[in-house]
Design a protein around this ligand. Structure first.
Ligand SMILES: *Cc1c(COP(=O)(O)O)cnc(C)c1O
Length: 444
């Protein structure tokens, strides 16, 4: 397939800033990502479909490695995981963050070295812990006091397991209440304020088979400012100094979690990674010097910022309905492939694909096909007034927390994931079919 881009029509109206860097405009309202026409993908693989730009994912991994050369970068698999993704992370030198036996097993069976995997979770099941120990996971992050004895017992008196502790330093940050994880009134971690973290740490240090390698925190998600990270880091270093004073133990690692914010629509802010890296490093060195601590190795865990901007969702318009003042554009996907608008009020900027329209733009609401009034994909967006059934819509920044949160609602089936790279497209995950639903349904 050959593609000729048309840079001369890249005007202000065509702000492709949240799209993958490889995106180019094609004639007749087309777009190419990774050198492949999205219209052709829709025709070849049908819709809805998710497109993942391999070059964009790899480029983002490299940006992290370059910005944080001394840190360990772990990709948070819950944003989106597939075997190809596992391989790309390994090839780009990242570690992995998982939060279930399922994610862990998928990664390890795809060839990822278990010692570079960290297991999280506020409520790890016996199977999660058994799988982690069987596969030899690098570190387990302890999230509650009861877990300490359970993990120690599972490891056995002669075993050994490296662990970290999830601390809640009490910094409120993030894009939405449901993704704020660092206040004392949510379910994650052990509080710095009420002494819960100190108590748990003392208990871990008394278990000879558990080796506490460091502290962990994850203050929220979709954070676009550096400041909350610096505040959290100072508090974490304070706790490290306390541990040194109380127990004589200098912890070698400090994991500051993920949560790095990205732009979903043109003009939205994103977290500046270079600034974050520089200021975290300075703050870490200064607060460790002030506390007389050896500087621990920094660990970070981005998920959204690696996968999100690399994904594009493709839908076909099924109906257009004018109701009073409103225009509803209904497409062939919806909350079963993207629950984020319903969960967090997330906003997107969909775009007409594969047809050049001269019609004036109108405000429309893009809705899904599910039997739920809250099944909205993009509220109040500008789309050409002549949008009609059969048109294609493309939604950028669709790579994180969409398919990984997808459901089987209405038995519509989850869309496929198509990787694009250097002009070629290939299926990473096939479309879910009725046969998949039928094969699980074994009762009578
Ligand atoms: C979800 C999560 C991350 C990744 O968050 P992003 O917002 O995707 O960067 C990192 N660490 C932990 C512990 C998490 O729960």
């Amino acid at each position: 397939m050959t593609i000729s881009a048309l840079p001369e029509i890249l005007t202000g109206a065509d702000d492709l800033s949240p799209w993958p860097a490889s995106t180019t405009l094609l004639p007749h309202g087309g777009l190419a990502v990774g050198g492949v026409s999205l219209t052709e993908i829709a025709e070849r693989f049908d819709t809805p479909a998710y497109v993942l730009d391999e070059g964009e994912v790899r480029g983002r991994c490299r940006t992290y490695r370059e910005a944080f050369p001394d840190a360990e970068v772990l990709y948070a698999a819950k944003a989106f995981l597939s075997r190809a993704m596992v391989r790309w992370m390994q090839e780009e030198g990242l570690g992995l963050d998982v939060c279930s036996a399922g994610e862990l097993e998928l990664a390890v069976t795809a060839g990822f070295p278990p010692e570079r995997i960290v297991l999280h979770g506020n409520a790890k099941s016996p199977r999660d812990i058994a799988t982690a120990l069987r596969l030899g996971v690098g570190r387990i992050v302890i999230d509650s006091p009861s877990e300490i004895a359970r993990i120690a017992a599972a490891v056995g008196p002669h075993g050994h397991q490296s662990v970290m502790v999830r601390v809640v330093p009490g910094v409120s940050a993030g894009g939405h209440d449901k993704i704020r994880t660092d206040t004392d009134d949510q379910k994650f971690g052990l509080s710095l304020a009420d002494g819960g973290a100190r108590h748990a740490i003392a208990k871990i240090l008394s278990q000879p088979q558990l080796e506490l390698t460091g502290l962990h925190c994850h203050i929220g998600s979709q954070i676009t400012e550096v400041k909350p990270y610096l505040t959290a880091l100072r508090r974490m270093v304070g706790l490290m100094a306390h541990i040194r004073d109380a127990h004589g133990t200098a912890l070698p690692e400090l994991d500051m979690g993920g949560g790095h914010g990205i732009a979903y629509r043109p003009g939205e802010p994103a977290l500046d990674l270079t600034l974050l890296a520089r200021q975290l490093r300075t703050e870490l060195i200064e607060s460790c010097a002030a506390a007389g601590l050896t500087v621990p190795r920094l660990v970070i865990e981005p998920g959204r910022a690696i996968a999100g901007p690399a994904g594009v969702a493709l839908y076909r318009v099924l109906t257009v309905k004018h109701t009073g003042e409103r225009v509803f554009v209904a497409v062939d996907g919806g909350m079963s492939d993207n629950p984020r608008p319903a969960l967090y009020g997330a906003r997107y900027a969909p775009r007409l694909l594969g047809r050049h329209s001269t019609a004036e733009c109108r405000t429309a609401t893009v809705v899904g096909r599910h039997c739920e009034a809250g099944d909205i994909l993009a509220a109040d967006v500008d789309l050409p007034g002549d949008i009609h059934p059969g048109d294609l819509l493309a939604v950028p920044v669709a790579g994180a927390y969409q398919l990984s949160m997808a459901s089987g609602y209405n038995m519509v089936g989850r869309p496929p994931v198509i990787a694009v790279h250097e002009g070629a497209a290939r299926v990473l995950v096939r479309r879910e079919t009725l046969d998949d639903f039928r094969s699980r349904d074994i009762g009578r």
